[in-house]
Design a binder for this molecule. Structure first.
Ligand code: HEM
Ligand code: NAG
Ligand code: NAG
Ligand code: NAG
Ligand code: NAG
Length: 324
């Protein structure tokens, strides 16, 4: 009797393990292309390095591209699809101002199609590229899990599911939680703003006419607010004007968190990380300890790369159009 019970239990546990393996994340794998396209990461790294040398804006745009891709329909390269006569695609929906680095992905894809035809997905190219720009600009290295397939659908109106810069603590936590990302992931990934630039429109409500009681957001350092007002007067005729997201915007470092401690977070969604007790501890520890930021950022980028991954699907031949 006892023996029979034990057998049942073994069988049950065994079945449970199999079932949970089937149910968990897509089976992404760091060595996915080891036999089919061993030179894939080398080709992508060379393309990214060359692009960064010619185009100083490319790195930040490529990092943002990964975030945008994974938050809408999962990491399936839906952000790369061009609009068609019948369909307005994500890249033509707001806010698309800082996505203009598609050509780098196109370059990498063209080289990959020559080296190993029909093998490396566009979604994996985005994920590898995001890691490369972080590492090349002084940030951490991590091994990218691969094996994503490319989606066939891209809708401009779905970009409204990206968090806007006006979001408060509670709203940000919710948007990240919907993708299985926790508070630590949210604070660490926001550190992506250690590189790059924001247009005035993304923060101008904080410096002009913030509320009935305050013209300037009281959580902002007041001298910093004056600097931003000079760059972004109201009304503003220069649509290209704006501010770098931290004081060392070409370097991947922990300066972003130091700026937040000083009240110099550019976006409301940046500064709000410090205003809330649930997240203040993370901001303080990342500002103090760059290594801990790097470790957590890498860990959270791997998690972001798992969001909504498709195991079934195609490897696009051209990242801008679905296969026939
Ligand atoms: C927490 C929620 C987030 C919000 C509300 C947000 C919002 C924004 C906004 C409004 C801009 C400026 C766009 C412009 O005015 O041109 C921006 C830029 C940027 N974001 Fe985020 N973002 C978030 C999370 C992330 C994450 C997770 C990453 C990557 C890990 C990221 C990477 C970037 C980069 C690199 C830029 C600079 C782009 C450039 O220089 O062109 N962001 N973000
Ligand atoms: C390097 O980048 C430039 C500018 O984007 C491009 O014209 C050139 O073809 C690239 N060269 C290589 C080897 O990728
Ligand atoms: C953003 O969307 C507008 C409107 O559809 C489009 O004209 C523009 O080319 C898009 N920008 C990028 C970088 O794709
Ligand atoms: C955040 O914004 C939402 C929607 O505007 C609002 O209902 C909520 O009270 C705000 N939460 C905090 C903590 O400010
Ligand atoms: C500030 O906002 C209030 C209420 O939205 C509006 O009536 C007023 O005209 C605004 N003032 C400026 C200077 O934009």
């Amino acid at each position: 009797m006892a023996v029979r019970n034990m057998k049942t239990t073994f069988l049950q546990v065994f079945l449970l393990i199999i079932l949970s393996a089937l149910e968990s994340y897509a089976a992404l794998d760091a060595r996915y292309y080891d036999t089919t396209c061993p030179q894939a990461e080398q080709i992508i790294a060379e393309t990214v390095l060359n692009a960064s040398m010619h185009d100083p804006k490319a790195a930040a745009r490529l990092l943002r591209l990964f975030f945008h891709d994974c938050f809408i329909r999962g990491c399936d390269a839906s952000v790369l699809l061009d609009s068609t006569l019948q369909n307005k695609a994500e890249k033509d929906g707001p806010p698309n101002m800082s996505l203009a680095a598609f050509y780098v992905i196109d370059d990498a894809k063209a080289k990959l199609e020559k080296a190993c035809p029909h093998t490396v997905s566009c979604a994996d190219i985005i994920a590898i590229t995001a890691r490369d720009v972080v590492t090349m600009n002084g940030g951490p290295y991590w091994s990218v899990l691969k094996g994503r397939k490319d989606g066939r659908v891209s809708r401009a109106y779905e970009t409204r599911n990206l968090p806007p810069p006006s979001f408060n603590t509670t709203q940000l936590i919710q948007t990240f939680a919907k993708r299985g990302l926790g508070v630590k992931d949210m604070v660490a990934l926001s550190g992506g703003h250690t590189v790059g630039f924001s247009h005035c429109s993304s923060f101008v409500p904080r410096i002009h006419n913030f509320s009935l009681m305050h013209t300037v957001d009281p959580s902002m350092n007041q001298e910093f607010a004056q600097t931003l007002k000079q760059k972004c007067p109201s009304p503003n005729k220069n649509g290209d004007a704006g501010q770098f997201l931290d004081s060392t915007a070409s370097k991947f470092d922990n300066d972003y968190y130091k700026q937040i401690l000083a009240g110099k977070g550019v976006l409301l969604s940046d500064q709000t990380l410090y205003g809330d007790l649930r997240r203040r501890g993370f901001v303080e520890s990342f500002a103090k300890d760059e290594n801990s930021f790097f470790t957590e950022f890498a860990d959270s980028m791997v998690k972001l790369g798992n969001v909504g991954v498709k195991e079934e699907g195609e490897v696009r031949l051209n990242c801008r159009v679905v296969n026939n």
